[in-house]
Design a protein around this ligand. Structure first.
Ligand code: ADP
Ligand code: IPE
Length: 250
């Protein structure tokens, strides 16, 4: 079973609130269709231009603080449901049996640690559904409310469901030695878990950008790919285990 993260930077333009890259999602669904049902998949998508601007506006990461923030918590979740529905519809139109699970309904946080049961996900996978989760708002035992990133969901779930591979779809060709917007940035072929990493985060990103993505990815014990999800054929290569993007050194 292969876990795929549809990064918010791929499915939307993070700098343009409520934008949706319909054609890219269609292309991703078509590539997955070539392998299903011989291979099973679990999908997790990010918040992109739907989740991040609202999470930021209502300062959800600061925890509970009156009704205004509670409204924001709910609005952020609704925006994620809206984005999720757009993605789900594309997969269903391609005859791929995705089934959406609201992350905030099955997981709780406690001081940064995720709690929750993956039995529904496992059961869906056993039946050859393609479960689809998403970065979402989340209830926490310490500060009441928070945001849970798709990358953290993956590091928590992948081990429990014995993922054979995790593929992170991004809007750049993989992990670079520095921010890829810098002229002399170089793509890293194979990244070592011991690497010290510092980089800048986009102004709409409330979940820590690339640094947190790597922190979560380094917790995985299966092959991990970071590839450009905007380029047709890349996902196929990663599913087939060919050389593409950045891989984590085993
Ligand atoms: P996603 O939304 O796909 O989950 P993020 O937006 O959190 O991913 O991270 C991807 C973005 O991180 C890219 O658009 C890229 O511009 C930026 N970035 C910053 N530093 C790096 C780096 N060293 N390597 C790759 N991407 C980086
Ligand atoms: C964020 O999820 C979810 C919300 C902001 C509600 P991610 O952190 O996984 O989103 P992307 O991939 O960076 O957009």
């Amino acid at each position: 079973m292969i876990v795929i993260k549809l990064g918010g930077s791929v499915i939307s333009n993070k700098n343009k609130p409520f934008s949706f890259n319909e054609n890219i999602v269609k292309q991703i669904a078509s590539e997955i269709k070539k392998f299903y049902p011989e291979k099973n998949f679990l999908l997790v998508h990010g918040g992109g231009s739907f989740g991040h601007p609202l999470a930021k506006k209502y300062e959800i990461r600061k925890g509970m603080n009156g009704i205004k923030r509670m409204i924001g918590f709910s609005k952020t979740h609704e925006a994620m449901l809206e984005l999720n529905k757009k993605i789900v519809n594309i997969f269903l139109e391609k005859n791929l049996p995705v089934f959406s699970i609201s992350t905030s309904s099955i997981f709780l946080m406690d001081n940064g640690k995720m709690h929750g049961n993956v039995s529904i996900i496992k059961e869906l996978l056993n039946l050859e559904f393609i479960p689809i989760l998403f970065g979402d708002v989340v209830l926490t035992r310490d500060k009441g409310i928070d945001i849970l990133s798709g990358d953290k969901i993956i590091s928590h779930v992948a081990k429990k469901i014995e993922a054979e591979k995790v593929i992170f779809l991004m809007d750049v060709d993989g992990i670079y030695n520095k921010n890829p917007s810098e002229k002399d940035a170089e793509l890293i072929d194979e990244i070592d878990r011991s690497i010290q990493f510092k980089s800048t985060t986009g102004k709409f990103d409330v979940t820590g950008g690339i640094e947190n993505k790597l922190k979560e990815a380094f917790k995985l014990h299966c092959p991990v790919y970071f590839i450009n999800g905007m380029v047709k054929g890349n996902l196929t290569k990663a599913i087939e285990g060919r050389k593409i993007g950045t891989r984590i050194k085993q």
